[in-house]
Design a protein around this ligand. Structure first.
Ligand code: NAD
Length: 473
């Protein structure tokens, strides 16, 4: 089963990091019993609930797994897909623990899922199912502002998060922090500016950080610089769309291949991502778009510089790893490369920017949203005008001292105070940049950190272990 292989892959990566932490300069490492405790999921709740729809009772199966509670609340998305299963949810929950530790977001790891194909249900049916699922989770504090805070994942978005928050609030009308029970909500319902784009934006910042480290770029054999790089994107959903959009419109990269579930679009001169997305939204498919070709997973093997799997797990396995041509892969999806494929690609010199770092933008901005909900004030609301007044005074001073007017083309940018979106982007960029620097440092300075995933996992696992050890565990 795919879920089993995914969980084994995550556990393999964990064990590898633990053994690296025990060798070389890291003899301060982590005991076997503590490693075992960290690796396994603390609990997984399986719920089967009925919803009367279309004149009959349908039974749905949902999961919420809590991997590590070294920080609470625990955090992680809720996935709606037909192939959701316990092992997959546990693998994703573990990944959330490592991701949060790596980007220093004070949450434990969790993940949820519902076995459903959302495309088979109408909006009002999905709302009833989601509200019913929320009731089941709320009974066991598996949705709770201080215990367990879900977010969007595959098949869910701000609409589902708004339903969940509303249902939680209905069940807990006196709970002051009720809106902090989920993140990824619409801005009009307690969300934060920039959350929808956050994971894709984080992928962009991660790539920029990579290209700002010439010694790391050198390992790929590519010439420096993101502009002009040819990119394959798999999955034009939330993460893939935003990553592709920002890379092409703001960084000069060329999105030459987009692979979706019903075929691919190829254009060596660069695909207009917004236009393609509009076509997909209108028609439900990439079919009939200029450059459309019938294709499946073989499109991952096309000739390009950067491969961005942004759809699902285990799309690069021992079966196709040998044929991947891009010298750089950035894992926008969770777990797209199996542990075996990882070894093959590493031996071939392919550099992989790992999921626990590459797609951490979502949880980082979710953290900001959660803080916003607890503080009940929009970021920048108190400071913005004061900042603008101070900057205006500074500019007046510069003009008085120099006897020259401040350049017109810079004045707006110079005096503009920070709005919420500016602060969110600043916090996200800083997180992605500073985390990259930590990973790169471990990768380049520790012989046992043979690749970026191992380096990132070493940082994350050491932090979680330290957190347990400081409790005397
Ligand atoms: P989504 O549902 O918005 O998009 C997934 C896209 O992949 C869809 O367009 C779908 O049609 C496409 N797809 C599905 N199967 C495919 C296949 N076989 N070949 C090509 N395309 C296929 O989901 P998302 O939120 O963008 O999540 C994508 C990945 O990113 C998942 O692995 C998820 O766990 C991960 N992720 C998401 C977030 C987030 O904030 N949404 C955060 C971190 C990680």
């Amino acid at each position: 089963m795919a879920g089993d292989a995914f969980l084994q892959s995550i556990e393999h990566n964990f064990k590898n990091a633990v053994s690296c932490l025990k060798s070389g300069d890291h003899a301060d490492g982590i005991s076997d019993d503590l490693a075992e405790k960290i690796m396994v999921a603390n609990s997984t709740y399986v719920v089967r609930f009925g919803v009367r729809l279309r004149g009959k009772l349908f039974t749905f199966t949902g999961y919420r797994s809590v991997h590590s509670e070294h920080f609470e609340p625990v955090k992680g998305g809720i996935r709606y897909a037909p192939d959701v299963n316990q092992q997959e949810v546990e693998a994703l929950a573990a990944l959330m623990s490592y991701k949060c530790a790596l980007v220093e977001v004070p949450f434990g790891g969790s993940k949820g899922g519902l076995i459903i194909d959302p495309r088979e249900w109408s909006e009002s049916e999905l709302e009833r199912i989601t509200r019913r699922f929320t009731q089941e989770l709320a009974k066991r504090d598996l949705i709770h502002p201080s215990q367990n805070v879900p977010a969007p994942d595959v098949g869910t978005g701000e609409r589902e998060m708004a339903w969940m928050a509303d249902e939680y609030k209905r069940l807990n009308p006196a709970e002051l922090n009720a809106w902090a029970c989920v993140t990824g909500k619409p801005v009009t319902k307690g969300g934060i500016a920039g959350r929808t784009e956050a994971t894709g934006r984080g992928v962009e910042y991660a790539l920029r950080a990579f290209f700002d480290h010439p010694e790391d770029v050198k390992r790929t054999g590519m010439i420096p610089g993101l502009p002009g790089k040819r990119v394959i994107v798999q999955g034009l959903g939330n993460v893939g769309y935003h990553a592709a959009l920002f890379l092409s419109t703001e960084n000069g990269a060329l999105i030459t291949h987009v692979l979706e579930r019903d075929g691919a679009v190829v254009d060596e001169t660069g695909i207009d991502i917004d236009d393609l997305k509009q076509h997909v939204t209108k028609t439900g498919s990439v079919k009939n778009y200029k450059g459309y070709v019938e294709s499946g997973m073989e499109m991952l093997e096309a000739d390009a510089d950067i491969l961005i799997p942004a759809a699902m797990e285990l799309v690069i396995t021992e079966e196709n790893a040998d044929r991947i041509k891009t010298p750089l892969i950035i894992e926008a999806a969770n777990g797209p490369v199996s542990a075996e494929a990882d070894r093959i690609l590493r031996d071939r010199g392919v550099v992989i920017i790992p999921d626990l770092y590459a797609n951490a933008g979502g949880v980082t901005v979710s953290y900001f949203e959660w803080i916003k909900n607890l503080s009940r004030i929009r970021f920048g609301r108190m400071q913005r005008r004061a900042e603008e007044n101070r900057l205006a005074a500074l500019i007046q001073g510069v003009e008085q001292l120099t006897g020259k007017p401040f350049p017109d083309n810079l004045i707006d940018e110079a005096v503009r105070g920070s709005a919420e979106i500016d602060l969110v982007r600043s916090g996200l960029e800083d997180t992605m940049r500073s985390t990259y620097a930590v990973i790169s440092d471990v990768w380049n300075n520790n012989p046992e950190a043979t690749d970026m995933r191992t380096a990132a996992m070493m940082v994350a696992v050491r932090r979680i272990a330290t957190s347990y050890q400081s409790l005397g565990i």
